[in-house]
Design a protein around this ligand. Structure first.
Ligand SMILES: [Zn+2]
Length: 621
């Protein structure tokens, strides 16, 4: 990190208040000098997440996550260090140091710019071709689109186009403006059988993919011939396109998403186009790939309330997609609070308590949103949005529908097994009781039995939670513990010794653990420039901002250091001595063991054995 950058980071840290930053995502309660809340990084029911405003840090005793204000923003918003710094610099009106890269990053930027231009030109070419070409091939496609309700206006709005059956239609036009390398990198051309370049998309309706800023970065392409496979051919990932980070239609939808404070997630390009064209403006889709955590982060950026409607096919594949995507969304927001399970008029809960609100738009069997809106109408679709059930209700009701297929007691118990995990998710006891009664009634089972099965399931879950956190805070060996203690003495806020004294006392310690060695070196370097413990901790977190393991170690060291607080100079000194002794003892024990081991190995070689025996005696003396 350059000096200017370093300066900027500390200026930003001065402006940030850890309580403000964390409070945006966690409800905190004061207790003693620290503040406590439910950890946003792991699932828990009792708070083990604490914020120490004096040190400007947070840490979790359950999962071991910890850090400062900047790392909290990075982790909860899924951004890298430089992104967070430049956003904060902008917010506080600080100038970013000139970070012009060398030649390599500059030429990479140029390549990307060229690729983007090539994609834009390609999109224009395909649209013009679709609208102006008079061949029967093109006219047929116009007619097909027309039948699907895609008017000329929509074609223009979404830059839809047509790639004809010609092998070099696009290439012939673009090769005068761009190099083969750029066109190939952008995924527009590929080498044919005779090693000559040909268009990648042929005989396909072209759906340009734009990022949220409107930049053309990739293409989806739908087959137009009866036996053409695959039905959809999509751009592969390129330097400018990462399909797991792009949502189709977001560029057009983002204003509506902000306005409606909700987003509708669909499956296909034409679902989105048809929906948006009919006034359902907040619809988006993943681009021919399953939903990813990055997509969900993108969604929450424009939709801070995280109100998400899932609108997939109502066939069984669509149902599975609903469940899969809902699980992913819930996972992405784990720790931000509970998923909304009941409507406000049912139980009053404060709005920001929810991590997210997931609803399912479920029109009748077998219709995707595109087909439904065109055949039944947007009016009716809006009604389905209005009465879209919350995810939990939808899932339980879907399962209850299976009841009509049940023929044997075994099938019934299997169905009960399937419903129990959903019931166990209900976090309000009174409502859980209501649900258990009603589900038991529908399935014709004893509600006491069902309630006890749900309780068993809940108990199993808590036990495994505890096991995990016990594993996370695993015991290190005694020597390692002593080494950690000796690093922690640097982080004691009311230490009776200053940094220089501590450095002298710990100068000759041999750290056996590589990670601890690295941290010790950084501490040694940092204490020359920092003024106090708070600054040292900041420096450590910043130095290892990209290293999760060391981050957790620093947090652990801070936790240990708190237990050393309040000691007088004498006790503090003997604490250091004890730990140095422990390390040295371990060191000589290890040496002795090595000699003993080789002594046993030397069995038969009298001379060697004798020499080792003398060495061992010397050592133990
Ligand atoms: Zn945690």
């Amino acid at each position: 990190m350059s000096n200017q950058m370093h300066e900027l980071v500390s200026k930003i840290k001065d402006k940030l208040d850890i309580l403000d930053v964390v409070s945006e995502k966690v409800i905190l309660k004061k207790s003693g000098t620290n503040y406590w809340g439910l950890c946003p990084f792991h699932k828990e029911k009792t708070p083990s997440f604490s914020v120490n405003p004096n040190l400007g840090i947070y840490k979790c005793f359950g999962c071991g996550e910890g850090g400062d204000a900047i790392s909290f923003i990075m982790k909860t918003e899924g951004k890298d260090f430089m992104t967070v710094i430049s956003e904060l610099a902008e917010r506080f009106g600080f100038e970013m140091p000139n970070t012009k890269g060398g030649n390599s990053s500059q030429s990479l930027r140029q390549t990307k710019d060229e690729m983007i231009k090539a994609c834009q030109k390609a999109a224009e070419y395909y649209t013009t071709f679709l609208l102006q070409d008079k061949s029967s091939e093109t006219l047929k496609v116009r007619e097909y689109l027309n039948n699907r309700g895609i008017s000329t206006d929509i074609i223009n709005e979404y830059s839809l186009g047509f790639a004809s059956s010609s092998y070099t239609g696009l290439y012939d036009v673009l090769k005068t403006k761009f190099s083969d390398d750029i066109l190939e990198k952008a995924g527009l051309i590929q080498k044919g059988k005779n090693e000559k370049y040909i268009d990648r998309f042929r005989s396909r309706v072209i759906i340009p993919i734009r990022d949220e800023n409107g930049t053309y970065i990739a293409f989806g392409a739908r087959a137009t011939l009866p036996d053409q496979a695959p039905k959809y051919l999509n751009s592969s990932d390129t330097l400018i396109y990462n399909k797991s980070k792009v949502l189709y239609g977001l560029y057009y939808a983002k204003e509506a998403i902000k306005e409606k404070q909700s987003i509708i997630l669909m499956e296909g390009y034409f679902d989105v186009i048809t929906a948006q064209a009919h006034g359902i403006k907040n619809a988006v889709a993943s681009c021919g790939t399953s939903l990813t955590l990055d997509h969900v982060k993108l969604i929450s950026r424009y939709n801070p309330k995280r109100r998400i409607y899932l609108s997939f096919d109502t066939d069984s594949a669509g149902q599975k997609a609903t469940g899969r995507n809902a699980d992913l969304i819930k996972e992405a927001f784990t720790g931000l609070g509970a998923v909304k399970q009941f409507d406000e008029n049912y139980v009053s809960m404060s709005e920001n308590k929810y991590s997210c609100e997931i609803r399912v738009i479920a029109p009748p069997e077998g219709k995707d949103p595109d087909e439904f809106i065109r055949s039944v109408g947007a009016e009716s679709y809006f009604e389905y949005i209005e009465k879209a059930p919350l995810l939990l209700d939808f899932q339980i009701n879907q399962l209850l529908k299976e009841k009509k297929n049940i023929k044997t007691p075994l099938e019934k118990s299997e169905l009960v097994e399937k419903i129990i995990p959903y019931l166990a998710e209900i976090n309000n006891k009174i409502i859980l009781d209501e649900y258990v009664k009603s589900v038991a009634g529908i399935l014709e089972v004893d509600s006491k039995f069902l309630a006890s099965e749900v309780r068993k399931k809940l108990k199993r879950d808590t036990v495994s939670d505890e096991k995990i956190s016990r594993n996370v805070t695993k015991n290190s060996t005694l020597a390692q513990k002593a080494q950690k203690n000796l690093l922690s003495v640097f982080l004691v806020i009311d230490s009776p010794l200053n940094f220089q004294q501590l450095a002298e006392k710990t100068a000759n310690i041999e750290f056996t653990d590589e990670t601890l060695k690295i941290v010790k070196n950084t501490i040694d370097k940092s204490i020359c420039t920092v003024n106090n413990v708070k600054e040292l901790i900041e420096e450590l977190y910043t130095s290892f901002v990209d290293d999760d393991e060391i981050n957790k170690l620093i947090t652990e060291l801070i936790t240990i250091s708190e237990t050393f607080s309040g000691l007088d100079a004498e006790d503090f000194n003997s604490l250091i001595e004890e730990n140095i002794t422990a390390i040295n003892k371990f060191k000589s024990e290890r040496k002795n063991k090595a000699i003993r081991d080789s002594y046993i190995e030397a069995n038969g070689d009298d001379e060697k054995a004798l020499a080792l025996q003398i060495q061992l005696k010397e050592q133990i003396k």
